[in-house]
Design a binder for this molecule. Structure first.
Ligand code: ZN
Length: 373
């Protein structure tokens, strides 16, 4: 009888504790709503603070300790968590500067929600002035990462789990790679409505529909339902003010649209071309390349794009446009090898297989006459 009494008492106490703790938890989440606890790398990020913390990746004795600065502006008002990343490729300086400038613009009192920026994700590459990590791996192929893999996998894992998974939206900033330059452009999977909405409201002159490659930060974020877009502008190893200014303007427009900041965006949307596919025109022989058109040119099939001169044989060859469209990226003057990707063309939707894509454009919120293609 005594045993039964004690068992019942213990049971009742357990029931009470369980009920009470559940109630407390649900109450606290109701009260805090969007402003629930935000912890990054064991740092509790308090409401109304602006700070930079170091995300640490230990590589063992073979690799120096890697510290990646993460800046957080936690607003005083509720709102979304918007994240920005730059420098996943360590030589892409325009994006690093765009993220830095955006972070310097705001104090917590001006932010609804949270703004998180990692200006230089690939710190080891950046310190060496290189696109890749010191082991030649492309960090942007290793997301969402692995805590016990290569240094690329470990950096990707820490960034993804400590920061990216906590974001509601992500914008990743890039430039063209190796001796090429891109027109300012958004790359996004336009088949996903939330992502398309971000792409349009950034207001870049060009939006390109491009589902991301496996292992990229953008695709990995999207895979866990975090809408993500890329802003590409300019060339690596340069700080190009017109590209930086466009990136800052676009990010501000997006932040205002997401109601994270309260600034007035005076200009209307500036996106004037959406391309649903792209194609590279390649060099058919090696030599010195002399482009005959500029980035942003509208070209027709068979238009002359460049001359290539072999300085040893003094022979000349030509690169022609494979299709109608706009030059959205191109190689700088240099020596090229046969097969080198020279001109990146945003394609007009003209073939029969692209009729459904045309329909997709027709339904777009941007008016047709605003497009140049
Ligand atoms: Zn890049």
């Amino acid at each position: 009888m005594k045993t039964f009494y004690y068992s019942t008492l213990v049971f009742l106490i357990l029931v009470y504790l369980f009920t009470y703790s559940s109630k407390t938890l649900s109450q606290s989440s109701d009260l805090e709503g969007d402003n629930k606890e935000l912890i990054i790398n064991d740092n509790s990020i308090k409401i109304g603070t602006k700070q930079t913390i170091a995300l640490v990746i230990e590589g063992g004795y073979t690799v120096e300790r890697i510290e990646i600065p993460v800046s957080i502006i936690r607003g005083t008002q509720k709102g979304s968590i918007v994240c920005m990343t730059g420098g996943i490729h360590g030589d892409e300086l325009n994006g690093i500067e765009i993220v830095r400038r955006i972070l310097n613009q705001f104090d917590p009192e001006e932010v609804n929600g949270t703004l998180i920026g990692i200006p230089i994700v690939n710190i080891p590459g950046f310190k060496r002035g290189e696109r890749y990590l010191p082991d030649r791996r492309d960090l942007n192929r290793y997301f969402p990462g692995n805590p016990t893999g290569s240094i690329a996998s470990r950096i990707a894992y820490q960034i993804f789990n400590e920061v990216i998974k906590k974001c509601d939206y992500l914008v990743d900033f890039h430039t063209a790679s190796f001796h090429r330059s891109n027109l300012p452009q958004i790359r996004a999977d336009l088949q996903k409505p939330q992502i398309k909405n971000m792409a349009i409201h950034f207001g870049a002159p060009i939006v390109i529909h491009k589902p991301g490659a496996k292992g990229t930060l953008r695709t990995s974020a999207s895979d866990v339902n975090i809408p993500a877009i890329i802003f590409e502008a300019g060339q690596p190893l340069r700080l190009q003010m017109s590209n930086i200014t466009k990136g800052v303007k676009g990010m501000n427009a997006l932040l205002a649209h997401l109601k994270v900041i309260k600034i007035e965006i005076t200009s209307s949307k500036t996106t004037n071309a959406i391309y649903l596919s792209t194609k590279w025109s390649r060099a058919n022989s090696g030599g010195m390349i002399f482009p005959k058109i500029k980035s942003g040119s509208l070209v027709n099939k068979n238009d002359l794009l460049a001359e290539i001169i072999d300085p040893i044989s003094n022979k000349k060859s030509f690169v022609y446009a494979d299709s109608d469209g706009m030059v959205i990226g191109m190689a700088l003057s240099q020596i090229v090898l046969p097969g080198y990707a020279v001109f990146h063309i945003g394609l007009k939707s003209s073939s029969k297989t692209q009729e459904s894509d045309e329909q997709f454009i027709e339904n777009d919120p941007i008016k047709k006459e605003e497009r140049v293609d």
